[in-house]
Design a protein around this ligand. Sequence first.
Ligand code: MSK
Length: 675
Amino acid sequence: MPRFRDTELSLSPSVPRKERVKDPKNIMRSVDPAALEMLAHYKDSGIITGYDRYVAQQPQCAFGYEGVCCKICIQGPCRVKGMEGAKSKGVCGAHDYTIVARNISRLAAGGASAHSDHGREIVYTLLAAARGETGDFKVKDEEKLRRVAANVGISAEGKDVNALAEEVALAALNDFGNITSEPCRWLTSYLTDGRKKKFEDCNIAPTSIDRAVVNLLHSTHMGVDADPVNIIFTGLRAGLADYTGMHISTDISDIVLGTPEPCVSEANLGVLKPKKVNIILHGHNPMLSQTLVDIGPEMEDEAKAAGAEGIQFSGICCTGNEVLMRSGVPIATNFSSQELAIMTGVADLMIVDVQCIMPSIRAVAECFNTKIVTTMSNSKIPGSEHIAFDEKHAVESARTVIRMAIDSFKQRQGKEYFVPDVKSKVIAGFSVESIMNLFSKINADVPMQALIDEIEAGRIKGVAFFCGCNNLESVHDQNHLEIVKGLLKENVFVITTGCSAQAMAKAGIMDPAHVDELCGENLAAFLHKLEELNKDTLTDGLPSAFHVGSCVDCSRAHDFLTLMAKTMGVDTPKVPYVATAPEAMSEKAISIGCGFVADGVPTHVGTMPPIEGSACVYDIACRIASDVYGGYFIFETDYAKATEKLLAALEYRTWKMGVHKAVAEKFDAPLTQNY
Ligand code: MSK
């Protein structure tokens, strides 16, 4: 057992920068068999995808890659060389550490604004529903509304459902623009006491989401904060603003659309049906897409009258995850391969909302018979059609979109298509509530104790949370799949969101049939026991990895951690829990990572953010963060090494917890809270 924290955990990635550049001639840019079939089929077609554009960008600028290119004022861009020491500075005199810290923290601000603005849109929908301004949405999960109200300290007494919903919506909006010095309610209501104190002591608890982002942009403006520790910790505050925005999104989405329960579905391009009207739902905000799915059945006859066998919805990225979790809509694919879904030739219409939508889809769609429809005022693509989402006319807009898709289906007839016959069975829909329902069959009073007992007995090594994107820099899906396989074999309980979950879904990791082959003996036994005890509600068994939702549902992963900590009677940095973003790509991945580090979690990132240009900032992220918050970053691009590092982090925590417990028992003393 590790007696001291392995210092290798926080050292530089095992693969040097030079070797991370992919061989442009190697077309094996994915491990997804459907993606590979598509790329091979269209090899000589001249159609350009993200896989080609990544190669065309090589070699990428090393200054930008390492984060030492400063464009914050217009004297720049300034490029500095950290290895040359203090003599290499920007025009204003900024060192490498100031430049790298500012650049990376600004990425966290971008991520926090994306997640939280998404949350704000959802809150306005609840507010409109509560005030009777729309008949298209209502409170679907009243129990969740009451639970959320209680969590954030709103009394439900004597209030009807709409009055309570209005109060919850207004309280959530207050977290965006609170003018007092009180920290955000959707943050502090969900933390351990230890975390609350830590964030207060370190002054990183945001008082409002908008202010945290504005404050970060101000402090990283030219000539303001030059101290890398201060800048990075301001970035962590943005990470906590991101946490707040994600939590609001998840809570309010559950209230309006329903809290997910286990469901059966499928994933990969084989879910597209040539003889049906195929509508692909892509982006992150689920409101209009869920409306489409809900009214789909009543539009089936119109589709059939047009000669189709019906309507087939499928999803990409996190809108796809949202409709999978609540309605079992199949996943077409994930981020890197979004253009390939259009290239099947059977996608009649792709409706997009916000985030992770490659602008290139419109150009690819021109080669096929696919209509691209944008829906949000802040997210338009030149040349595509726009139908503005408005919570008061959602059903009307959804009908219009479906009719456009039916028209597109008619025009597609007789045209060539190519749909790889590749798909996997998926069991998804695991909210924290639904996982606790499963666990409650083992321990009705304290459901989480069921998992803690397995960990404390050494049968399960801990929990790994997989999240984040694809990154065209890496081999599509490979890091996700290799790391999860490594951890499952070592009996680690896995929960996952985002494109990571979609990579696993496509690869069959969410098919219960593969549990015995993928999981270590102890983990498989635990899953089978849960299946047996829940067989009255689980029709198709349990998967090896639990899909807990979309990007904003990383809040569910925070809640899972907090619940573990509270059940164990410790603060989060003592919990055997790790997070990984094996193919991180977006600014949101950075803000999510900052939130997990602040929440005391060893957080692996499998693609390099622009941080290597400053040894000082690298050290703050990997070591100083650990000393202060208990959580830290692990940057490692090699999946085998990353697996080892994640396991080492779990083993260290389990070992330390065992020692502390033994001491507490021996001396009949309270369990130490040190970590
Ligand atoms: S969609 S943020 S590529 S997970 Fe949420 Fe996937 Fe990352 Fe977008």
